[in-house]
Structures are given as C-alpha cells and as structure tokens.
Design a protein around this ligand. Structure first.
Ligand code: H76
Length: 480
C-alpha cells in the first residue's frame, strides 16, 4: 500500500513530467515557425469592411471570355474535348496564328447592360471577369500589348463598359488575371539559364505594368484573382508574388487577392511553410468542394470555390454533349455546400463569340435567380453554423438565425437536428413564418416535421435556439 507521501511524490512526478512534456511541445511549435520573407503577411481572417463585403457576398459568377470563344473547342475540323480556353495548347497553335482570331473578334450582340441585368437577376453579388487568360489576349486596351481588343474590328473597351454596367447594378467586379502568358516572348515555365532569368525579369515588369494599368484604369475593382502561377518560374520568384500583392493593396486600399498568386521563400504555395494562408482567401477549390464532415478546418479561413456547368469547360465550347452538364439543383447544392462551410461559390459562364450567352446558361442563371429570390436569406451574409451535419442537407447561420437547407426529403418526414451542448431548439419555421412541429427525441436531439405542403424543391427552415433550461437533466447516460 502506498503512503500518502508516496502518492504525493507520484503526483508531483506526474505533474512535472506532464509539465516538461507540455513546455517541450510549446517550444517545438515555437521553433516550427521559421522566418519567412515572403510568407503570409498576417494570420487569421481579415475583418475590415472590404473583406467583410467579400465574405458576405457569398454568391458570384465567373465570366471566361476571350479569343478561344471563336473556335469554341474546334481547330482545323477537329473538336477537342478538353477545356475550350486551352485549345491553343491542345491543338499546338503558334501564337501568331492564334492571334489571327483577333480579326474575327466582333461580338455584335454584346451589350454590357444585358449582361449586368442577367447577373443581377441571378442574384450574384459579384462577377469575376477574365481580363487576360493564358492565351494572352487582353479584353482591355492595354498599352503594354499588341494583343488587345483595341486592335480588333470591335475596337471598344469591353471591360470598361462591363465594369460600369455591373457597378450600376450594385455588383462588385473582380478581375481574373493569368500570369502565365502563352503569347509573350519573355514568359518562361522555368528559369534554367541566365537568359531565362533576364527574360523573366522583363516579363515580371510587363506584368506589373499591366496590373498597375488595370488598377488605375478601373479603380472600383474589388479583387484580383490570379491564375497560371503554378510553374517553377513563378515559384522561384516568390518575392514577386509578395510584391504584386502589396503593390495592388497600395494602389487599391481594401482590395482582396487570392491565395493562388502566392509562393513563399521555399516555393510553397497557397499556405506558407508555417501553415499560414497567403493572400486573403484560399482559392484551391476549383470544380471540387471540401468534405462537409472531414474538412471543417476550412471554416478557419476565408475561401472561395469556383465551378463549371459542364465537367470542365470555362470558355465557350460549341459542344456541351461531350460531358455531363449540371442541373440547377446540383448547382444550388454546391452553392449551399460552400456557404455551409464558410466559403463563397462562383458559378462560371462562357459567353458565345457574338457576345450573347448560350441558352443553357441563360436558363441556369434564371433558375438560380428564382431560387435565390425565395431563399437567398440562407446564403447572403451567412456562415458555418457549427452544428453536426445531417443527411437532409446543410446548415448555414446568420447571427442568431440558423438555417436548414433541405436537399434530401426523409421518408420518415422527420428532419433530425442535433443542438449544441447547452442549447435547446425552441422553434422551426419556413421563411414565410409557417411554424413546423418540433419534437424533442433525446438529449440535444430533435425532429422537425416536414412541411405539410411539400415545397417540391430544396427549401429552407429557420431555427431558433436558446440556452437549455432544466430540461436536459431528465436524460442520463446508459450504464454499460
Ligand atoms: C487550369 C486552369 C484554369 N483555371 C480555371 C479557373 C480556368 O481559367 C482554367 O482554364
């Protein structure tokens, strides 16, 4: 039998072992933070008004428009199944030949106000437009390139008209910008020789000039979304990615920048070598989403996903029968899924070469808009709700209001809700105020009855929780 003193010594030993263990671990995590010149510029979510606006917008549209819309996936009689905006690469078309398409750039149906109206009716709060995709053709009249709209039969500054039309409708404009430029002689995939390094410095200067030009000419732009930054040449010039972010932030106070631009001192991208997000929001969820149960860590940073309607077509492709095309409900589910995990969703459109949208895209925009007008309350300004995901769909939260967005109707007619510890569910109602029956079924577990009149589309229930009273005490653990 142990004496009291013995026990005390044991306890002391245990405490000191734990203590040493813990402080060693603390030191280890401190040690793990390696000094970086080009890592994250801050840690945690930005909370200024511009970032809050970015986050509250939640639903956006992408518009991919460029010369690639003209061939629409077909070159010399061959239709390529890959992404239409990559056709120059698939069909190995040299730049001078590709740029002959400029002579055909004359989108007679283009009308900035019609585009803005369509986006407004869809319910998007922002639009990301391609200023320059990998092909190198500039949709604004850049003075640093000969490949711009100014040198086409159309001549007019399309993006100037668009920025104004969107802003007039209260829609924020974000700029997509591809760093990789297939038509610039100084672009390099890697830096292997002294000549590469000289050429690439000229290329980065050219890119700075274009970015400065965009920022100065269109000062209402709210965001820069960089693409084409994955090559070794960019990774070896991490300083430039940090510099470009900083330059834009100095030129445009409040502007947001995506993580895809950034690389750190060790060439690590999106998240730096200390695990901190670079740029203002994570932009890696392209045509995919985080797992709603396993990946909850994404709720700790801002992020934005983007998706195509066919499997992988961003620019206009003339044949959409080559891959599966999502239905409006499937698109809505992705939008809700993103918001339920604290992210934004951007739905892509690839306008036709004549400046009109294909019928399928018009129908999609209208269908999303119709749903958003009824149920947008569970999207705009909403965030991760912090509740355990259930099979019927997704939760979102706006302050005290928790929303259930129901995508799967249960045969039981009972929608299961599990409340957080110490909270009880006090009411459930449709957005028009119709009350639904709530039954407490177990500790922190409830049934919400399906509405009597089946809404026959994904629908929304608003929940209210309160601090639990004495009620919880009636439950006890099983003895096993
Ligand atoms: C790969 C790639 C690019 N990133 C998407 C957003 C599209 O622009 C696609 O071409």
């Amino acid at each position: 039998m142990k004496t009291l003193r013995g026990r005390f010594v044991c306890l002391l030993l245990l405490v000191s072992i734990l203590g040493i263990g813990m402080s060693a671990r603390a030191q280890e995590t401190e040690k793990k933070e390696i000094p970086l010149k080009y890592g994250a510029t801050y840690v945690g979510k930005r909370q200024d008004d511009a970032m809050k606006k970015f986050r509250e917008n939640r639903l956006g549209a992408f518009i991919h428009w460029g010369l690639y819309a003209i061939p629409g996936g077909e070159w010399n009689g061959k239709v390529y199944n890959g992404a239409a905006e990559w056709l120059k690469s698939w069909a190995k078309v040299p730049s001078d030949e590709w740029m002959k398409l400029m002579k055909e750039w004359n989108p007679k149906q283009f009308d900035a106000q019609t585009w803005a109206k369509m986006m407004k009716d869809m319910g998007v709060k922002y639009v990301k437009i391609t200023t320059k995709h990998h092909e190198g053709f500039c949709l604004w009249s850049s003075k640093y390139s000969k490949y711009t709209v100014a040198h086409t039969p159309y001549k007019k500054d399309i993006w100037g008209e668009l920025v104004k039309a969107f802003n007039d409708e209260g829609i924020d404009v974000h700029f997509y910008f591809s760093v990789m430029d297939w038509s610039h002689p100084d672009w390099r995939y890697d830096i292997k020789t002294a000549e590469d390094s000289v050429a690439f410095s000229r290329f980065l200067e050219f890119t700075d000039n274009q970015l400065r030009e965009l920022a100065e000419r269109y000062p209402t732009v709210k965001d820069f979304w960089f693409d084409g930054t994955w090559d070794a040449s960019v990774k070896k010039n991490a300083w430039w990615t940090a510099h470009a972010e900083q330059m834009l932030k100095e030129l445009l106070p409040g502007v947001t920048v995506n993580s895809r631009l950034r690389a750190d001192d060790y060439g690590k991208r999106h998240f730096d070598s200390n695990g901190h997000l670079m740029g203002d929001y994570e932009s890696g969820y392209e045509r995919r989403l985080p797992d709603p149960i396993k990946d909850v860590q994404v709720t700790q940073w801002d992020w934005e996903a983007c998706m195509t309607l066919p499997e992988n077509q961003w620019g206009y492709h003339k044949d959409w029968s080559l891959s599966y095309v999502k239905t409006p409900v499937e698109v809505l589910e992705r939008i809700v899924h993103a918001v339920s995990m604290g992210g934004n969703m951007v739905v892509n459109f690839g306008p036709q070469p004549d400046g009109d949208f294909r019928p399928e895209e018009k129908e999609m925009a209208a269908a999303i808009g119709e749903w958003m007008r009824k149920y947008g309350e569970c999207i705009y300004g909403c965030d991760y709700a912090g509740l355990e995901k259930q099979d019927w769909g997704y939760y979102t939260r706006h302050g005290e209001n928790v929303y259930m967005v129901v995508f799967n109707r249960p045969y039981s007619s009972h929608l299961i809700v599990k409340s957080s510890k110490g909270e009880q569910l006090v009411s459930a109602e449709l957005l028009d105020g119709t009350r639904l029956k709530v039954t407490e079924t177990a500790r922190d577990e409830y049934h919400v009855n399906m509405p009597v009149q089946d809404p026959s589309e994904p629908f929304v229930i608003r929940l209210h929780f309160e601090k639990a009273g004495e009620n919880g005490k009636k439950y006890r653990e099983a003895l096993i």
